[in-house]
Ligand binder design. Structure first.
Ligand code: ZN
Length: 214
């Protein structure tokens, strides 16, 4: 999924649910969108049919969008449950109908960014995977993925306006460091006349990211 679309969706959730602190209260978020959340055992008691359907789909969690029901496997650890719940919310927010490999990846990306928005990782000066796991309530495996995505890609990108908007929403005291410079850098890096596959572009990008020590 395009990063801008992703961060816009994350912004929407933070604004509508007025999220101001971490780890995100996943239950409050689902409550805001009127989801009824059940464990798999509770669902089995309520509706055998829905239970069989849900466990056939996934060992972790399931969402019935029309009835706004989410069920999750209570035997998983609490961090994995948090991720699964936001994954299911992702299917709802992104308007997915039915299952596909792409919609699963998008829902996972959504969950990762809702739980640990990349601009917030930078703003909170998160030091490593342990720190990320602790502050954002991600499982170690999800924290590892989010950390690699942050450290190898996101950290070096100039912030988008949408990143700044999100930070401003969560931390009203936040001021972008230098917006005009950020816009200028982004323009240079992504201006369409560049052939992104060329050696020159790769060198220019490398120089931009790492300085002149080629
Ligand atoms: Zn899914």
């Amino acid at each position: 999924m395009d990063y801008i679309d992703l961060v816009k969706n994350v912004y929407r959730i933070y604004k509508e649910c007025q999220i101001k602190s971490f780890p995100v209260d996943c239950w409050a978020v689902l409550d805001h969108y009127n989801f009824k959340v059940f464990t798999y055992s509770q669902l089995e008691e309520r509706s055998k049919e829905l239970y069989l359907l849900s466990t056939a789909f996934s060992g972790d969690s399931f969402c019935e969008q029309k009835k706004r029901i989410i069920a999750y496997n209570e035997k998983a650890n609490q961090y994995r449950i948090r991720f699964s719940l936001m994954h299911e919310l992702g299917h709802f927010v992104l308007g997915h109908a039915g299952e596909s490999a792409k919609s699963e990846i998008d829902a996972d990306e959504f969950a990762s960014h809702v739980l640990a928005p990349r601009p917030v990782i930078r703003y909170m000066n998160i030091k490593d995977v342990d720190d990320l796991h602790e502050k954002f309530g991600l499982s170690y495996s999800a924290a590892n993925n989010a950390w690699s995505n942050y450290i190898y890609r996101w950290k070096w990108m100039p912030p988008y306006d949408e990143d700044d908007m999100l930070l401003n929403l969560i931390f009203p005291d936040y001021r972008p460091r230098n917006t005009s410079l950020n816009n200028f850098n982004r323009y240079c890096l992504y201006e369409d006349s560049f052939d992104r596959n060329s050696v020159e572009f790769a060198r220019a990008e490398y120089r931009y990211l790492y300085g002149n020590d080629l």
